[in-house]
Ligand binder design. Structure first.
Ligand code: 5AD
Ligand code: FES
Length: 363
């Protein structure tokens, strides 16, 4: 039955939860086929292109207490830092020279960065690099704040929902954080016209296979332009220090399912995947991912933005990572390109609708 489900999914049919569950439970048998169908679909939409995003981790202050995260407010062992606007601008300038045409400003939920400061940074980056896309990844904010940042020129926003299951959410976060609010933020971001990224950790404590099947249904309904997933990796100074890590094999299979569910999605092979498995990012690309997000943060703060243990590339310069990633990507048969890499939107551009071909060729 699961082969039939896979065929249907690749042809663009909507699967129900039971069907997704059956695929996930039988993933060992169908992983290669799922990966090859996913890569075919990616090729039809984006060719052999892998997009790179320059990640600027501009603050590791955070007011939240997520139980899984190394920079949670309650961790006294973190050496906290904030990059000032001129330092962020200079990171972007370095990145531009290296070929980046998307910058991702990521940080903890740090009240220091008011709307006024952030809109100033967004305006300055967009003025200095009008040919670049700017992505924000700064957590839950008010609708008004999201609106101002969009108006200032931000193009995209990443906000992982972490889990589709509200009860599970409540075991990963203190009661002050509400699943409903998280989802409301995602819908607001979409409504404001951001290319919006949702996502979740794979193998976070308490997650079930049923939850993962629900994740797929949720993503199909939300239709985000980007989806970020990576294995949960314990951090020594968090309440989840002793929990088991998520696996690369489950993560990569889910990458294939996400590509098959949302053919046009921008889908990173994440640093967490590269951390749990030395070949994780290559495996992610071979499973259907098409984005890499190397670190552009200044060398002296790199090793202070640690959400989980053993994070890779904390000692490497951005230029070294680019060279390394180029080699790694070439071995997958894809190639890194230096373009903005916007979402290919079938509702605006008919050439982005490639599902009909995929259906015709998958049987
Ligand atoms: N392991 C893996 N991913 C993590 N994140 C936070 N902590 C961890 C961890 N211990 C992810 C969350 C968050 C993103 C920025 O990083 O999904 O949204
Ligand atoms: Fe950073 Fe390989 S990507 S060293």
């Amino acid at each position: 039955m699961y082969r039939e489900f896979l065929r249907k999914l690749a042809a663009g049919e909507a699967l129900d939860k039971e069907a997704y569950l059956s695929l996930i439970e039988n993933r060992d048998v169908i992983r290669d086929e799922a990966a090859s169908l996913a890569c075919n679909l990616r090729r039809r939409v984006y060719g052999d292109k892998i997009f790179i995003r320059g990640l600027i981790e501009f603050t590791n202050y955070c007011k939240n207490q997520c139980y899984y995260c190394g920079i949670r407010a309650g961790n006294p062992h973190v050496e906290r830092y904030r990059l000032m606007p001129d330092e962020i601008l200079s990171c972007a300038a370095t990145g531009y020279e290296l070929g980046f045409r998307t910058f991702v400003l990521q940080g903890g939920e740090d009240p220091y960065y008011t709307d006024e400061i952030l809109t100033g940074i967004v305006r300055d980056i967009k003025a200095a690099h009008p040919d670049c896309a700017l992505t924000l990844s700064i957590g839950e904010r008010s609708y008004e704040s999201y609106r101002k940042l969009k108006e200032a020129g931000a193009d995209r926003y990443l906000l992982r929902h972490e889990t589709v299951n509200p009860k599970h959410y409540a075991t990963l976060h203190p009661a002050s954080m509400e699943w409903e609010h998280r989802i409301q933020c995602l819908r607001q971001l979409k409504e404001l016209g951001y290319q919006t990224g949702a996502g979740f950790m794979v193998g976070s404590p308490g997650q079930t296979m049923e939850d993962l099947a629900d994740e797929m249904i949720f993503l199909r309904e939300l239709q985000p332009q980007m989806v970020g997933i990576g294995p949960f990796i314990p951090h020594q100074d968090t309440p989840f220090a002793k929990e088991a890590a998520g696996s690369a094999e489950l993560t990569t299979f889910l990458l294939s399912l996400i590509r098959l569910t949302l053919p046009n999605v921008l889908l990173p092979a994440t640093t967490a995947l590269g951390t749990i498995d030395p070949m994780g990012r290559e495996k992610g690309i071979l499973a259907g991912a098409n984005v890499l997000m190397p670190n552009l943060s200044p060398a002296d703060v790199r090793d202070k933005y640690l959400l989980y243990d053993n994070k890779i590339c904390t000692g490497d310069e951005a230029a070294a990572c680019i060279a390394c990633l180029k080699m790694r990507v070439e071995k997958t048969g894809c190639r890194i390109v230096t373009e903005r890499g916007d979402f290919c939107d079938a509702s605006k551009d008919a050439s982005c609708n490639t599902r009909s071909f995929a259906g015709a060729n998958s049987g």
